[in-house]
Design a protein around this ligand. Structure first.
Ligand SMILES: [Cu+2]
Length: 456
């Protein structure tokens, strides 16, 4: 909340600007000559992403290089998205368009504050500036329960967790009335997370000591460590979660449960209610890519959740000579970054008049018809190249490298694949709409083809 005094004979602009600086909304307070608020420059959106990539270790941990960051004292927004230009032309244009549309005349407006001068840099607020109007120290307690919560996850498979566990993968945290719960929160991801607790105010420990502020949400920046504490003075179950709801539904949360709680008439079936919360991060995500081209059809169906993946790939020619083949895998992603996926699978292949094939390892195959089970590991290399090594029940070994959906331009994507059976594939697709692309690819078995690729 902010408190404003209505100015005399002037109309001051109060403006809220979106974090990405592309849009803003204004309110004018008072009557008289309009005084415009300063505007914020345009941002370099990718500077921070590049920097963070440099700070990320192979295991996905962020290296803060010895800086103990907390309470947003270091403005990570300024670091991650530095201003590339102090004049925000798109903003000025937007402002002019809006004022024309709304028939407001700004020709007599006072624009002397429009640009920040060197001496009037914007003040960025942080949690260390907050001071409670009264002493917030919690009553002395016999027992303090300290919890270490490391916020974890990765963007690649959209996994968001606490201590690499989702809500459904972890137990409720049992607390007792009268206890002090202290949470040491560390953000080991590349995103900020507004962590929210239901039913309680927590203290955010800062330099104001006894007057540390009370909050219900703490927005924690990458690499920061913050300490929160609250008195357990309720009953029942309470949710602590990231308030970016996509993250919450992916599993970034925990449930606190008070021991010996009386039944809550508002939640008649507590077990069922808890199941509903757990359901969110257990969701199955279907994915499909189906190519129909002049040399046949190839494609992939995939069903996955946060840890497991089932997928089927196929290459179907238009006749027996071109052949038909399909390969299915069921695997589990291992580790926080999920680079590694061991899997089991099965293959089917049929091709009439099959000629002898010899792999790079000297293993031969002459059969027209082949069915085999296999097991293997897929490992995601830098640049998201998948290295896939497998052994099948015929004793054949295959190593395959593939890279999907390489962005060549805004709408052009490239797929590449090569393996030790001397099979390879190169494809391009031009994205026409959300579900359709015009595509062309060369396959060492099926040759050239062009057509359409549908994806979901
Ligand atoms: Cu989040």
């Amino acid at each position: 909340n902010i408190k404003v005094v209505v100015p005399e004979n002037k109309s001051y602009e109060l403006r809220a600007t979106a974090e990405d600086r592309t849009k803003a909304t204004s309110l004018f307070i008072g009557n008289g000559q309009k005084v415009l608020a300063p505007f914020l420059g345009t941002l370099d959106y990718f500077a921070g992403m590049k920097m963070m990539n440099g700070m990320m270790k192979m295991n996905g941990d962020l290296d803060d290089m010895g800086m103990a960051m907390t309470l947003q004292k270091m403005d990570m927004n300024m670091v991650m998205y530095p201003e590339i230009h102090s004049t925000n032309y798109s903003f000025i244009q937007q402002f002019q368009r809006q004022s024309q549309k709304m028939n407001v005349d700004f020709s007599t407006a006072d624009t002397s504050h429009w640009r920040f001068s060197k001496s009037s840099k914007p003040v960025v607020l942080n949690y260390n500036m907050l001071k409670a109007p009264f002493n917030t120290t919690l009553p002395k307690q016999d027992s303090v329960k300290t919890l270490d919560f490391e916020l974890t996850g990765n963007m690649n498979r959209y996994l968001w967790t606490i201590n690499n566990r989702t809500v459904s993968e972890s137990d409720k945290i049992l607390i007792k009335k009268g206890e002090v719960i202290r949470i040491i929160l560390r953000n080991n991801t590349m995103m900020r997370h507004p962590m929210h607790l239901h039913g309680h105010f927590f203290r955010v420990l800062n330099d104001n000591g006894d007057f540390s502020p009370l909050k219900t949400t703490l927005d924690i920046m990458p690499m920061e460590t913050d300490t929160l504490e609250f008195e357990a003075d309720q009953s029942g179950d309470w949710f602590f979660h990231c308030h970016i709801l996509y993250h919450m539904m992916a599993g970034m949360g925990r449930v606190f449960e008070y021991a010996d709680s009386p039944p809550n008439p508002q939640v008649p079936d507590k077990k069922e209610a808890y199941k509903m919360i757990q359901k969110d991060d257990k969701r199955l995500f279907p994915k499909a890519e189906v190519g129909i081209e002049s040399n046949g059809s190839d494609g992939e169906l995939q069903l996955s959740n946060i840890r497991y993946q089932l997928n089927t790939e196929w290459r179907l020619g238009f006749n027996d000579k071109d052949g038909y083949e399909s390969e299915s895998h069921f695997g589990r992603y291992i580790g926080k970054m999920q680079w590694l996926m061991p899997y089991v699978g099965w293959d089917f292949r049929y091709r009439k008049g099959g000629h002898e094939e010899k792999s790079l390892f000297g293993q031969r195959n002459t059969k027209d018809k082949r069915e085999a089970f296999c097991f293997g590991v897929a490992y995601t290399l830098p640049m998201l190249i998948i290295a896939d090594t497998r052994l099948d029940t015929d004793g054949k070994v295959r190593v395959q490298f593939s890279k999907k959906d390489m962005a060549i331009s805004e709408r052009m994507r490239m797929n590449l694949m090569w393996n030790t059976d001397k099979e390879w594939m190169a494809g391009l697709r031009y994205i026409v709409g959300k579900y359709v692309s015009i595509s062309s690819h060369y396959d060492s078995d099926m040759g050239w083809g062009a057509g359409l690729t549908f994806n979901y």
